[in-house]
Design a protein around this ligand. Structure first.
Ligand SMILES: NC(=O)C1=CN([C@@H]2O[C@H](COP(=O)(O)OP(=O)(O)OC[C@H]3O[C@@H](n4cnc5c(N)ncnc54)[C@H](O)[C@@H]3O)[C@@H](O)[C@H]2O)[C@H](O)CC1
Ligand SMILES: [K+]
Length: 524
């Protein structure tokens, strides 16, 4: 599902109005009428209200006046508070404010804190609150009486419906500008906004519904699909086929290079993740001294012992790795490898020379070092990098705080710069593609913020690569299934104390549910 930035939404509005000649006031009428109909249906049990509409001075407020008019016309009791001077209301918003006033709508202007609080104190019982303060035009942290209005909305104890976007949420970055409304229902126009799919914005949205306001589908289809929310309908078809005649060889052989003394669990999870994701075979290449333990721990996974120095892979393991990758379809490298000098050099050599599609994670990423410009010089490199914010910070020399402040931007810049697919793990996981496109998965839960979950994801992506998926499909589908399995687990066990091995046990059922078309997407 396409996600629009504020700028992209404004451009769409402009094209509809200026290029196609659809008057802005018609778009506003469609928006307000659609929102009023949806709201009246969702909250029918509150009829006839009263409903309180808080309107800002822009076109988001304009939608609020249209909503008020239609509710009034259907017999609802509506009170509208305008948080600006009458003279500040212009354009399409002014047209609709004027109609509402002429219709006898109850409108009060509360352009400062005193008049706002007085009006709120004098309110009778309100059944439902509509937030029409700010939409995509919010451009600075909310302060003053607007901030007080948001405090009141969040404390009123009544259902809150946000028009287009909860006021205070940045429509593009999902950041909270000062204060932000926590909505029960957000009625957004034309398409979901990028900021509604990103944390913390998505936590303010409540249930998200998209309303058609008459912007031609051709315009929407033509606008760059830089950002998309991954849906079951989109990733289901990416699942690799499971022909009845299939045999182990049909489903690919994944080579996992992982583990070191004291760090065997990560290697085991990555290796098992490949098999749980449906790879036909998985071989784990690990240091000589940990291979016996891994062989005992792992039943279905084959193990190969490699040269080591002090319990971590040595440069001398390079030759054996060359032999190992010959009859494999994909490589997963990094979990639990350690960061010794020889291991680091070996990983860089492996990434340069191995022709297989690969997923690089954990210490494999640390081995690439900051600003891994050598990646650009590797012909036909097909690589997925899966850093968490700390590893991303080491790769880019950017602080974790700066990365977290603009996760999409950080991931997208890296993918474009180094021409790789980048999976920036966290809430929410961002998949950035080498051409700048971004895919966001709505799933996942705090129970997945635990040791081993990242190693499992590495195995899942590696398992999909081994089954012949492209790097882009393996990353997008792998992240989606990883989150889906984690969410299914959390439904049964709560979102704390979940084990990565439990998530892997849930994976085949999650995959089967996706394949059977049983997954309902949540937008936020
Ligand atoms: N044709 C259209 O554009 C349609 C728009 N729709 C609705 O309109 C809003 C976008 O409207 P816009 O006037 O651009 O901005 P907002 O109403 O979101 O409000 C911003 C308003 O307030 C000022 N402002 C910005 N930040 C602050 C701040 N921190 N404190 C105080 N004031 C601030 C800014 O100058 C603007 O004047 C869109 O979301 C839709 O809801 C229609 O729905 C469809 C047609
Ligand atoms: K709003």
């Amino acid at each position: 599902m396409k996600l629009l930035t504020a700028a992209r939404m404004r451009e769409l509005d402009r094209q509809a109005i200026e290029d196609l000649g659809i008057p802005g006031v018609v778009l506003m009428e469609n928006a307000g009428r659609g929102a009023a109909e949806r709201l009246a249906r969702c909250y029918a049990e509150f009829f006839p209200g009263p409903v309180l509409i808080l309107a800002g001075k822009g076109n988001n407020g304009g939608d609020g006046y249209v909503i008020a008019r239609h509710l009034l016309n259907w017999g609802w009791q509506v009170q509208t508070l305008v948080l600006a001077e009458p003279s500040a209301i212009v354009g399409d918003a002014s047209v609709n404010l004027d109609i509402l006033t002429r219709m006898g709508g109850q409108v009060a202007f509360v352009p400062d804190e005193h008049r706002l609080l007085t009006a709120l104190d004098e309110l009778g019982a309100t059944r439902l609150v509509v937030d029409a303060l700010f939409g995509t035009g919010l451009c600075a942290p909310v302060r003053g009486h607007y901030g007080r209005a948001i405090d009141w909305i969040n404390a009123c104890g009544r259902p809150v419906v946000a028009v287009d976007i909860p006021s205070g949420v940045d429509a593009t970055h999902g950041s909270l500008l000062g204060k932000a409304v926590r909505a029960d229902l957000t009625l957004t126009f034309a398409a979901p906004k990028l900021g509604q799919a990103l944390y913390p914005g998505w936590a303010q949205v409540g249930t998200l519904e998209v309303l058609d306001i008459g912007i031609p589908a051709t315009l929407l289809a033509a606008c760059e699909e830089d950002f998309r929310l991954v849906t079951a309908a989109e990733v289901g078809p990416l699942l690799p086929a499971r022909p009845a005649t299939g045999h182990k060889g049909t489903f690919g052989h994944l080579l996992v290079v992982a583990g070191s003394r004291g760090k065997t669990g990560a290697a085991a999870l990555a290796a098992e993740g490949g098999l749980r994701m449906g790879a036909g075979l998985v071989t784990l290449g690990c240091p000589l001294s940990v291979q016996p333990a891994m062989a005992i721990k792992l039943t279905e996974v084959m193990t190969a012992s490699l040269a080591e120095v002090d319990g971590a892979l040595a440069l001398a393991a390079g030759e054996a790795l060359r032999d190992l990758w010959r009859d494999k379809e994909a490589l997963a490298v990094g979990p639990g490898l350690g960061t010794s000098e020889e291991t680091t050099e070996l990983v860089r050599k492996l990434v340069r020379e191995c022709p297989l599609p690969m997923v690089i994670d954990a210490d494999g990423l640390n081995a690439l070092g900051p600003y891994p410009s050598f990646l650009r010089d590797i012909p036909d490199l097909q690589a997925v990098l899966t850093p968490h914010p700390g590893e991303m910070s080491r790769l880019t020399g950017t602080s974790v705080a700066d990365i977290e402040a603009d996760r999409v931007g950080a991931a997208r810049r890296f993918a474009l710069d180094y021409r790789v697919t980048l999976v920036l793990k966290g809430a929410r996981t961002i998949v950035a593609l080498p051409d700048g496109r971004v895919r966001i998965t709505a799933g996942g839960n705090p129970g997945m913020a635990s040791g081993g979950m990242g190693d499992a994801l590495t195995g899942i992506i590696g398992g999909l690569l081994a089954q012949g998926l492209t790097v882009e499909s393996a990353a997008v589908l792998g992240v989606y299934l990883h989150a889906l399995a984690g969410d299914r687990l959390a439904v049964r066990q709560g979102n704390s104390g979940l084990f990565a091995s439990d998530l892997l046990r849930e994976l085949p059922a999650a995959r089967a549910a996706l394949a059977a078309g049983e997954i309902e997407d949540r937008l936020c």
